[in-house]
Design a protein around this ligand. Structure first.
Ligand SMILES: NC(=O)C1=CN([C@@H]2O[C@H](COP(=O)(O)OP(=O)(O)OC[C@H]3O[C@@H](n4cnc5c(N)ncnc54)[C@H](O)[C@@H]3O)[C@@H](O)[C@H]2O)C=CC1
Ligand SMILES: CC(C)CC(=O)C(=O)O
Ligand SMILES: [Mg+2]
Length: 366
């Protein structure tokens, strides 16, 4: 199969982890006889520096014309003092909106050999397997007005949290559809004791749940959910929540796997190209040092193979190779114990490629 992939390396460790992911995709193409064409475009800080905008029109157009988009990360201290509409992060938000990517899937899958690198107890994290479904194109990050203004004679700032019924319904349906092929439980996370948007969210989630009688629904307030994720993460199957809550809870949940460098994501709309990116940011503290863990980005390409290209066998082989890398004890710094040999980004990528090759060659051809 031929597929066109728009590649947006972005800033900080973005280009480092994307480089690894592309090498892995090249290997998938070679092993399975596919052809992936890559079209590199700019987003974020690098686009601000070169094009004076965090999201050039050419980038949006290229993404729309492709079969899938792979992104590293955006942002960094260099651009932190720019006004809101000129910030790297605004470029990423704009791209998500332009592609109507309202559903952000963030799987949190523990690996047995990594339970030692979590700061949590082994019996708590062993076997963790949950899916955070985050609403991605509405809520506080997009509400209007978002501005500075004068209030009572002094400077004030306002962000707006607003959700339409249709926006809630479509994301909750996605969550229920996913739960159907998982363990048949949806936890809808909100702050309905305080927020009107959350009260609407809860009403709509209840209504949608009537179409899925085989799926259990529970509602949980976000502050409790943050605690329960650490106390007993195995109680969760699919967690559906609004944009900002999902952003925060997924960074928290990443520690169930040992590191933020382990968590992939898929952002999907209704039919157009999906956007695949690690959950982490541009990690300025380690950028340029080849220390970044590339596994989150590589796992994001496995999601691209599955969700955008319907290459299920390829995705499963890649996921199996990623698991085997960990089983064999290969570690970047973020998931290493003091006695482990620490691999750099490139070395870790090579381990994945090597084990992918072995995985595919050992499998009976179908
Ligand atoms: N999707 C995106 O592009 C995102 C961008 N950002 C931006 O990234 C910049 C830095 O934000 P931070 O709050 O520091 O969050 P961050 O996610 O970039 O880093 C948080 C911590 O996790 C570590 N880390 C992250 N990814 C890692 C990896 N692959 N391997 C090893 N360690 C890793 C970092 O070294 C750092 O200590 C900011 O400008 C922020 O706005 C933040 C989150 C998402
Ligand atoms: C726009 C991004 C910087 C927001 C974020 O942290 C994320 O999507 O995970
Ligand atoms: Mg985030």
């Amino acid at each position: 199969m031929n597929k066109r992939i728009t590649v947006l390396p972005g800033d900080g460790i973005g280009p480092e982890v994307v480089e690894g992911a592309i090498k892995v995709l090249d290997e998938v193409a070679a092993l399975y006889g596919h052809k992936f064409d890559y079209n590199y475009e700019k987003i974020g800080g690098v686009a601000i520096d070169q094009e004076n905008t965090p999201l050039p029109e050419q980038t949006v157009n290229a993404c729309k014309e492709s079969d899938g988009v792979l992104l590293g990360a955006v942002g960094g201290p260099k651009w932190d003092t720019l006004p809101g509409d000129m910030r790297p992060e605004t470029g990423l938000l704009g791209l998500r909106k332009a592609l109507n990517l309202f559903a952000n899937l963030r799987p949190v899958t523990g690996h047995e050999s990594l339970t030692d690198s979590s700061t949590l107890r082994k019996e708590v994290v062993d076997g963790v397997d949950l899916m955070i479904v985050r609403e991605l194109t509405g809520g506080l990050y997009f509400g209007d007005p978002k501005e500075r203004r004068q209030e009572d004679g002094e400077e004030a700032a306002v962000d707006t949290l607003s959700y339409k019924r249709s926006e809630i319904e479509r994301i909750v349906r996605r969550a229920f559809d996913l739960a159907k092929v998982r363990r048949k439980k949806v936890t809808s996370v909100d702050k309905a004791n305080v927020l009107e948007t959350s009260r609407l969210w809860r009403e709509v989630a209840e209504e949608v749940s009537k179409d899925y009688p085989e799926i259990e629904i529970e509602h949980m307030l976000v502050d409790n959910a943050a605690m329960q994720l650490i106390r007993d993460p195995k109680q969760f199957d699919v967690v559906v929540t609004e944009n900002m809550f999902g952003d925060i809870l997924s960074d928290e949940a990443s520690m169930l796997t040992g590191s933020l460098g382990m968590l992939p994501s898929a952002s999907i709309g209704s039919g157009g190209p999906g956007l695949y990116e690690p959950v982490h940011g541009s990690a300025p503290d380690i950028a340029g040092e080849k220390k970044a863990n590339p596994l989150a980005t590589i796992a994001s390409t496995a999601m691209m193979l599955k969700y955008s290209f319907n290459m299920v066998e390829e995705a499963e082989a890649l996921d199996a190779a990623l698991a085997e890398v960990l089983t064999q004890g290969h570690r970047t710094g973020d998931i290493a114990k003091p006695e482990d040999k620490v691999l750099n980004t490139e070395e870790m990528t090579e381990k994945v490629i090597d084990l992918l090759r072995k995985q595919v060659k050992a499998a009976p051809s179908s």
